[in-house]
Design a protein around this ligand. Structure first.
Ligand SMILES: Cc1ncc(C[n+]2csc(CCOP(=O)(O)OP(=O)(O)O)c2C)c(N)n1
Ligand code: SF4
Ligand SMILES: [Mg+2]
Length: 274
C-alpha cells in the first residue's frame, strides 16, 4: 500500500545518511507502516531515540521527536509517558544504546510495565562509532574491539525484558519486513511495556568484518537462521543451535504503571489529599 510520505517523513531531511544496504531504513519503514495501519494520530505520537545510527531515525520522522543522549532514550520516554499518558510513546534504540549504556533503563521500564513501545535496531555492533562489540554481539564474532572473536556471551534481550517484568516481547528481522510491521503494530497496541528485537544488517562494520557478504546475503542469513516461535518451542537443544526464534515470544497482562498511578491520584483526590 502506498504511504503518504509527506505525512510521516521530514522530506527536507532526505536523503538519509545511512550506508547503502543498511537495515535501519527497513525497520523505520516498518514503524511508519505500523503507525499508518493503526491510524495513530501523528500529533499524539512521540518518537524518542538515543545516539547511534539507529538514533538517526527520529530525525527523518515527522512526529514530535526527541534525539536524546546515548543510552537515555527510555529515561526521557518515561518522563513523557508519566506526564502525558494519553500519548503513544515509541522508543528507537540500538543494541549498544539500549543494552549497554542504557541497559539499566531498559530493565527498570520493563519492571514497571510502563506503557512504552521499545524497538531495538539490533545490528550486533556499535555502528555509528565504527564497529565496537556490544552486549548483543554473538560469541565468536569479530568487531574492532574483538579482533580474535567475541569472548563474552550475548544477552538474549527478549528474555531479559521478560525476566524483568515486561509484558510483551517479540523478535523479527529486516528480511521479515511484513512480519516486523505486524509485530510493531501488536507492540504499539499492547497496554504495558512492549519490546521488539528488530535484527538489522550493518554491512559496513559487522558484515564486512565477519565476511557476511552483501546486504542481501546478510538478510538471507536472517531468513536461514530464524525459526517461527511455535516451531522453536518444539525444537530440542541441539536443533536450536545457531538458530533464533522470530514472532511474539510473550504477551501477558499486568497492571500498567501510568494506570496505577492515575488510580492513586484519584483515590487521594477523593480523600482531599491532592
Ligand atoms: C555518553 C556517550 N558515550 C559514548 C558515546 C559514543 N557513541 C555514540 S553512538 C555509540 C554506539 C552506537 O551503537 P548502537 O547503539 O548499537 O547503534 P548503531 O549505531 O549500531 O545503530 C556510542 C558508543 C556517546 N555519544 N555518548
Ligand atoms: S555504519 Fe552500519 S548501522 Fe551505521 S549506517 Fe552504516 S550500515 Fe547502517
Ligand atoms: Mg548497533
Amino acid at each position: 500500500m502506498a504511504l503518504s510520505l509527506d505525512k510521516y517523513l521530514r522530506m527536507s531531511k532526505l536523503p538519509h545518511i545511512w550506508c547503502p544496504g543498511c537495515g535501519h531504513g527497513i525497520i523505520t519503514q516498518a514503524i511508519v507502516r505500523a503507525i499508518d495501519e493503526l491510524g495513530l494520530d501523528t500529533d499524539k505520537t512521540v518518537v524518542v531515540s538515543g545516539i547511534g545510527c539507529s538514533g538517526r531515525a527520529p530525525g527523518y520522522l515527522h512526529f514530535d521527536t526527541l534525539h536524546t543522549t546515548h543510552g537515555r532514550a527510555i529515561a526521557f520516554a518515561t518522563g513523557i509517558k508519566m506526564a502525558k499518558p494519553e500519548l503513544n510513546v515509541i522508543v528507537i534504540t540500538g543494541d549498544g544504546d539500549g543494552a549497554a549504556i542504557g541497559g539499566n533503563h531498559l530493565i527498570h521500564a520493563a519492571r514497571r510495565n510502563l506503557d512504552l513501545t521499545v524497538i531495538c535496531f539490533n545490528n550486533y555492533i556499535y555502528g555509528m562509532t565504527s564497529g565496537q562489540y556490544s552486549p548483543l554481539t554473538p560469541q565468536g564474532s569479530y568487531a574492532t574491539t574483538s579482533p580474535y572473536g567475541m569472548l563474552e556471551n550475548p544477552f538474549d534481550l527478549c528474555n531479559l525484558v521478560i525476566g524483568a517484568g515486561g509484558t510483551f516481547a517479540a523478535r523479527s528481522t529486516t528480511f521479515h519486513a511484513r512480519q516486523l510491521t505486524n509485530i510493531i503494530k501488536d507492540a504499539i497496541s499492547h497496554k504495558g511495556f512492549a519490546f521488539v528485537d528488530a535484527l538489522s544488517q550493518c554491512p559496513t562494520y559487522y558484515g564486512r568484518r565477519n565476511k557476511q557478504g552483501t546486504p542481501l546475503a546478510m538478510m538471507n542469513w536472517f531468513r536461514d537462521h530464524s525459526v517461527p516461535v511455535r516451531t522453536w518451542e518444539k525444537l530440542g537443544g541441539e536443533e536450536r543451535k545457531d538458530k533464533f526464534p522470530v514472532g511474539v515470544l510473550t504477551q501477558t497482562s499486568a497492571p500498567e504503571l501510568t494506570a496505577v498511578y492515575q488510580e492513586l491520584i484519584e483515590k487521594l483526590q477523593k480523600r482531599g489529599e491532592d
